[in-house]
Write a protein that binds this ligand. Structure first.
Ligand SMILES: C[S@@+](CC[C@H](N)C(=O)[O-])C[C@H]1O[C@@H](n2cnc3c(N)ncnc32)[C@H](O)[C@@H]1O
Length: 244
């Protein structure tokens, strides 16, 4: 199977990915094409990447297009990733709550949430900090471009490997039940998060307003103007004391 793209096809694919997802496909990323796109080329009956791009060009807004965009994005995530942002969130929680009118829920957006570990980490953290909330409602929204990762997030089912990355064992015991060789998040934690397919390149106004936005490990794939545009649109949804 041919694995080399002509410069014209590479350039078309790079423009396509940037327009659809913001992803910048630099020449240094050529190596990714084989591992990410050849399986799709095979399942589409294409002789190679060149044939796959030709098919895509003929139907740039199709299921195939979503599959290609999905395959080119990186979905890596884990519970309480990097620790610090969650510690910081917990530390500022009293100030955030004090600044909010009574009766209004605290709204948190996990933007580009992948398979949901970030949003569920926040749900577990807030459950642990229940006393601090003093009955205040909390809404956590997880969004991602990929329907596939969102379906996994919604399921709340994680492998042994996934629950061994970042999740304190006390949380595993308290908030998960064993499901075959996997682990399922218990309903009260799952119920704290809602999920929605959303492209960060789109105007997020319909998502409502947020006190806190977690937008992590996704802007690194965008160029500077796109990062600026995404951050500006997020800022518009947040109060002056909101936290990104
Ligand atoms: C590396 S994961 C980050 C997950 C999580 N935020 C974390 O830090 O662990 C990046 C996610 O960004 C999503 N993504 C990429 N481009 C996007 C876009 N334009 N709009 C929404 N989500 C996007 C991908 O589908 C992927 O699930």
């Amino acid at each position: 199977m041919s694995q080399i793209l002509t410069p014209a096809s590479f350039s078309w694919l790079a423009d396509f990915l940037k327009a659809k997802s913001g992803l910048v496909l630099g020449p240094d990323k050529q190596y990714l094409l084989d591992s990410r796109l050849l399986p799709i080329a095979r399942s589409e009956g294409c002789a190679g990447l060149e044939a796959l791009v030709a098919k895509l060009r003929a139907q740039p807004s199709s299921k195939l297009a979503s599959a290609v965009v999905d395959a080119m994005t990186t979905n890596e995530s884990f519970f309480f990733r990097d620790g610090k942002p969650f510690e910081h969130f917990k530390a500022i929680l009293p100030r955030l709550l004090a600044g909010k009118p009574a009766g209004q829920p605290l709204r948190i957006w996990s933007a580009a949430c992948s398979t949901g570990q970030e949003a569920y980490s926040l749900a577990m953290l807030l459950t642990e900090a229940k006393a601090m909330l003093g009955g205040r409602g909390v809404e956590i929204l997880g969004t991602d471009l990929s329907a596939e990762v969102l379906a996994r997030a919604k399921d709340g089912l994680y492998t042994q490997f996934e629950v061994q990355r970042g999740l304190p064992v006390t949380h595993l015991v308290k908030y998960f039940t064993k499901d075959g060789s996997n682990w399922k998040l218990k309903d009260p934690i799952r119920a704290m998060v809602s999920w929605r397919a959303w492209n960060l390149l789109d105007d997020p106004t319909p998502l409502g307003r947020f006190d806190v936005v977690f937008c992590r490990n996704v802007l690194i794939y965008f160029d500077q103007p796109t990062k600026g545009k995404v951050l500006e649109s997020m800022a518009k949804l947040m109060p002056p004391d909101g936290v990104l």
